[in-house]
Ligand binder design. Structure first.
Ligand SMILES: NC(=O)c1ccc[n+]([C@@H]2O[C@H](COP(=O)([O-])OP(=O)(O)OC[C@H]3O[C@@H](n4cnc5c(N)ncnc54)[C@H](OP(=O)(O)O)[C@@H]3O)[C@@H](O)[C@H]2O)c1
Length: 249
């Protein structure tokens, strides 16, 4: 069981959307929460609203920046016991028509898949020194049925979903708690002002997530993801059609 209080928590991408709301909710029960992101102004704005936040500017697409973040934690926050891999990016494009398709695919895999692996690998021993060492990976219902205008994003998250299952088995005897949170559509800056109609608020998404975390669940399907998972098992073709009908341009 991950207790929701008295932890030292790092949330990657905690300056916006789901990560910021998580930081706000978790600050109510924890002394301080660490967040990182690329944009310093956004980090500073989050800190101004929530002074107990600790901020660190870095670009998780750059391996050396991941190392800088790890070093900062080890030097200043070695009591870290919870890592939340939340930062992610997406490009909407048509694979064959986009001349920068491969660069975009590579960038998405760096941020959405390889950065979480780097942070887990390099922070595991720090997390493990404390009670309830916990790793939370944020993924999406789209691991069950991909959205066609997200050429690479679905695949990066499906990779993280698969890896999280592997990690949970490999670390079973080592006292780690490995949690995956599969989010539904949530109304955040992610959607650039055009969220799908079914999107729920960050407050609701985070409240549902934390309720299940505190209940001891390890694979948390938030809101409609439960239904999508069920449909994708009994009728994968219908699930695919349904997802893509929600996201017509
Ligand atoms: N919103 C949805 O409908 C939805 C649905 C399912 C799953 N999710 C997942 O939920 C998580 C949060 O999404 P969100 O909707 O809250 O997105 P968001 O509002 O766009 O926030 C993304 C956060 O990640 C940070 N970030 C992005 N690239 C980064 C990089 N290279 N290095 C460091 N930080 C980086 C951003 O800060 P900077 O831009 O300043 O770097 C920002 O703080 C993601 O994992 C996403 O896949 C979202």
């Amino acid at each position: 069981m991950m207790y929701l209080s008295n932890n030292k928590i790092l949330i990657t991408g905690g300056s916006s959307g789901i990560g910021l709301e998580l930081a706000i909710q978790l600050l109510k029960r924890n002394n301080n929460v660490l967040i990182c992101g690329r944009n310093l102004q956004r980090l500073q704005a989050a800190k101004q609203q929530n002074p107990r936040l600790e901020i660190f500017q870095c670009d998780l697409a750059i391996p050396e920046d991941c190392d800088r973040l790890v070093y900062w934690i080890q030097e200043n926050h070695s009591d870290l016991n919870v890592l939340i891999n939340n930062a992610a990016i997406v490009h909407t494009s048509s694979f064959l028509e986009d001349q920068f398709a491969l660069e975009k695919a590579q960038l998405e895999f760096q941020v959405n898949f390889l950065a979480p692996l780097r942070l887990i690998k390099k922070l595991a021993s720090t997390l493990h020194q404390h009670i309830t060492p916990t790793i939370i990976n944020i993924t999406t219902g789209l691991v069950y049925a991909p959205r066609a205008d997200y050429s690479y994003y679905n695949a990066t998250k499906a990779a993280l979903h698969s890896f999280t299952q592997v990690l949970r088995i490999q670390l079973k005897k080592r006292n780690f708690r490995i949690i995956e949170v599969l989010m539904p559509a949530v109304n955040t800056p992610w959607h650039k002002g055009n969220p799908p109609k079914i999107a729920i608020s960050t407050e609701k998404a985070v409240a549902m997530m934390l309720k299940e975390v505190s209940a001891g669940k390890t694979e948390i399907k938030v809101g409609k993801v439960k239904l999508l998972h069920f449909i994708s098992r009994i009728s994968p073709g219908f699930a695919l059609k349904k997802i893509n009908s929600l996201h017509k341009a």
